[in-house]
Design a protein around this ligand. Structure first.
Ligand code: SAM
Length: 201
């Protein structure tokens, strides 16, 4: 396994071809912003029947994930270096992904920086269009106002439906999502962690 460059895929210098990369046809899940890869590697190891793509701009994080994947002998994980929006726009066909995960995206807490947040209407419309009908868009954040923003944006997206079966509309934390040091710290500092799972209609 090695990392691939999103710009090479976008320009067509290298084909976007997950079936060739993994050497099989299997359900394909994209994680956006895998960070240091703790969650990514654990989830790939827990689901060998699913192929995992991790797209990340932060190269030291990708290097860490590469090491974790090699240590665990993962063959169902491929790393993509670059911008997830470019990848989704230019490479990923509509109705093709079996899931998208966005765990703890950069919160950009200052109000004047909110426009830099990933989860915005245009991005959510793009991401939803790349999911197969019935496939989940799973987000988690420890920033309350970003959680509210995610929910407002996804509720307004006609291609998505909230799966939460709870009075308050939040998804209970799934036990299969690994508890990272990052999340433990957020909890110990008193920040609630919100999960949201929408599906493509
Ligand atoms: C706060 S970190 C969370 C990392 C990891 N998901 C976790 O739960 O620990 C957010 C990550 O998203 C990455 N990121 C932000 N925008 C991105 C984009 N457009 N495409 C790919 N990665 C992105 C950042 O580089 C960063 O590593």
């Amino acid at each position: 396994m090695r990392g691939r460059d999103v710009p090479a895929l976008v320009s067509g210098r290298e084909p976007y071809d997950p079936q060739a990369w993994f050497g099989r046809r299997a359900p394909l899940v994209l994680e956006i912003g895998s960070g240091m890869g703790e969650t990514t590697a654990a989830l790939a190891a827990a689901a060998p029947e699913v192929d995992h793509l991790a797209v990340e701009v932060y190269e030291p994080g990708l290097a860490q994930l590469l090491m974790r994947a090699a240590e665990a002998g993962l063959t169902n994980l491929q790393l993509l270096r670059g911008d997830a929006v470019e990848l989704l726009c230019a490479c990923v066909p509509p109705d093709s992904l079996d899931g998208i995960r966005i765990f703890f995206p950069d919160p950009w807490p200052k109000r004047r920086h909110h426009k830099r947040r990933l989860v915005q209407p245009a991005f959510v419309a793009l991401a939803a269009s790349r999911l197969r009908p019935g496939a989940p868009l799973h987000m988690a954040t420890d920033w309350a106002d970003y959680a509210d923003q995610m929910r407002a944006v996804c509720d307004a997206e006609p291609l998505l439906r909230n799966t939460a079966d709870t009075p308050d509309g939040w998804t209970p934390r799934p036990g299969w999502r690994p508890m990272t040091k990052f999340e433990q710290r957020a909890r110990s500092e008193g920040r609630d962690v919100r999960d949201l799972i929408y599906v493509r209609v």
